[in-house]
Design a protein. Structure first.
Length: 249
């Protein structure tokens, strides 16, 4: 049996009262496919047992939301150039090193709809009015607001999409003030900048806290002991196996 199947079986067997942090698969499960933010990466995360994934969105020159972490396509495709300078047709023609097409947000959400409890859609830029209309139309057509949260490091980006009635999450390298955290549905903080005291303050204020992106059991255990609600990680099967074992103990 594959490690993904074992992790999935362990996750299914975990007690409903399990209190370890929930999993969010970072950019899908690219370690299994070699490519991040692609449909196969999300499919492999689902097959491994994940019910929450994270993805990155930018907008093309003609205001279409597409999946790409970097401002340029240089690192993850065989082409070069800025996403913002490409039309949707040019973006669709791109290939990753293993021959895959980076998807549009619509393609990713259609794959994930009905298969995830939550999808985190990270806005890598502040949408302009045309970008926002395109995103809002997509959310409306797919009824995505109930399950596809919008996140960003930029409060301005989250304000720009306030007309979309999805949960909003603030991403941060450092732990923001509790008052700021309370303004959003959740905050996601770099894991090595979270302390037990700050997590305790968040929880006392009924603020929801996610941690990104720890990839080893010692960090998962520490954050679980702190009381974070969810962990964003690249190691989907390993995390599920660790979490299931923690629930059994």
């Amino acid at each position: 049996m594959s490690s993904s199947a074992v992790a999935h079986d362990l996750a299914q067997a975990a007690p409903a009262t399990c209190t370890v942090p929930g999993l969010i698969s970072h950019r899908g499960y690219p370690a299994a496919t070699g490519t991040e933010n692609t449909l196969p990466a999300f499919q492999r995360a689902l097959e491994a047992g994940s019910d929450r994934v994270e993805l990155d969105v930018r907008f093309t020159k003609d205001h279409r939301p597409v999946l790409m972490h970097d401002a340029t396509v240089n690192r993850t495709t065989t082409a070069t150039g800025r996403v913002a300078d490409m039309t949707l047709a040019q973006f669709r023609a791109l290939r990753t090193a293993d021959g895959r097409h980076p998807p549009t947000l619509g393609q990713a959400l259609r794959l994930l709809r009905g298969k995830t409890e939550e999808t985190l859609v990270e806005l890598k830029q502040v949408p302009d009015a045309a970008d926002r209309r395109s995103l809002q139309d997509l959310y409306r057509r797919l009824s995505a607001s109930t399950w596809a949260s919008l996140t960003s490091f930029s409060p301005s980006a989250l304000r720009a999409v306030r007309s979309i009635p999805a949960r909003k999450g603030l991403l941060s390298v450092s732990a923001p003030r509790v008052a700021l955290a309370k303004e959003f549905s959740f905050v996601a903080v770099r894991y090595d900048n979270l302390s037990r005291a700050r997590v305790r303050e968040y929880r006392a204020a009924d603020a929801t806290i996610y941690a990104w992106t720890p990839n080893n059991p010692s960090a998962w255990q520490r954050l679980g002991d702190y009381g974070v609600h969810r962990i964003v990680t690249d190691q989907t099967p390993a995390y599920l196996a660790w979490a299931a074992q923690g629930c059994r103990s």
